[in-house]
Design a protein around this ligand. Sequence first.
Ligand code: NAP
Length: 422
Amino acid sequence: MQAISRRLGRRSFKLSPSISSLKSIYPISDFHYAVDRPRYASTLTSKGAGHIVRKGTGGRSSVSGIVATVFGATGFLGRYLVQQLAKMGSQVLVPFRGSEDSARHLKLMGDLGQIVPMNYNPRDENSIKAAMAKANVVINLIGREYETRNYSFEEVNHHMAEQLAVISKEHGGIMRFIQVSCLGASPTSPSRFLRAKAAADEAILRVLPEASIMRPSTMIGIEDRILNRWASFVKKYSFLPLIGNGSTKIQPVYVVDVAGAIVAALKDDGSSMGKVYELGGPEIFTVHQLAELMYDTIREWPHYVNVPFSIAKAIASPREILLHKVPFPLPTPDIFNLDAIHALTVDTIVSENALTFADLGIIPHKLKGYPVEYLAVYRKVTNVHRFTRIFEVGYFQIGVPNAEANWNSSHSHLGNIDSPPA
Ligand SMILES: NC(=O)c1ccc[n+]([C@@H]2O[C@H](COP(=O)([O-])OP(=O)(O)OC[C@H]3O[C@@H](n4cnc5c(N)ncnc54)[C@H](OP(=O)(O)O)[C@@H]3O)[C@@H](O)[C@H]2O)c1
């Protein structure tokens, strides 16, 4: 870290070659672009995260000094990460593709002008450079667990990440590069997605040895793609298919904790640089046990149909076979995603000697309670008033012993949390 800071310190106010080439591509006046006029230029880029000027009390109107380009911020984890970065007064550049609406919800998370959506094209190197030009931190959340006609697993999960690392290195002012990979990423994984993630991690560390790699397990939260899918399947069909009889072990994690881990890595003294963290929740579940938690929260009687792996693969295969053969896009796979079924054939839990949340000073939340309370929307009867109270109380009392009992005794007029409203 110190070596990098010294190296970058010597470059203060020098125009980086990548930025000058950017100016030739984007004909923006010096006044606005301001890279070669120290008076207007951001000094943050040349000083880096270790020397940034912090101002204020640390709230959203402060200046944390972090100017982060968050690729993939329009997704699930992105909203929690942007919120946490913005809450401490960071400027967040949000490259988005497609509609402006995809980044709109993020603008409210920071002070006026602190969240800057920027249209980009992930296949256009110059637009990526433009999105990074003013940043001193790059975080890559781009990823997709299924293939489309346009994008292969390898392009999205490996090549794009590697390209971001190469551009960050050329940039010269990026002090921290954080890659969000996936627990279970390995060159020998049965899943192509996880093999692509492993290849990306390896390539990034080769290009930027000081990058930090976060490997979260399946993430749980309001917009998650596991419990929500299960719950809506149950509401439609009154049963849940248990692939591989639900015996695979997983270690799901609360999405807010993953965002917290990324921010903790950014705020440290550089000790997380060049390291790989495996971010699993505090409990290991079998798929069946996690499904029980879902049923419990949506207050339905559990009904399962056991689906052996061979049958699940047969159900999921037609999409993959037809994907490049038919001249139109095919539906997005959800429960029967062939690659995810391959991944489920092995347990995915944090390895024994891995660096974890504890090494970043974070205690991850247990899932039961507030983190899965959003599933209440799938209940037959939801008392909105009581639900809101549970949200408030749950938020402050997670991890507090007897929190539910305390709440019940002090709010007895509303009934018990666990019993359905009268
Ligand atoms: N969700 C999980 O349970 C989980 C678990 C472990 C690891 N991860 C990894 O964590 C990261 C964030 O996960 P997430 O759940 O927030 O993912 P997500 O909701 O699917 O969002 C993925 C982001 O990647 C972008 N993206 C996808 N394909 C792209 C493409 N071809 N070109 C450019 N951008 C593309 C999306 O942009 P658009 O909005 O434009 O599509 C979106 O911003 C991903 O790398 C994921 O693989 C996720």
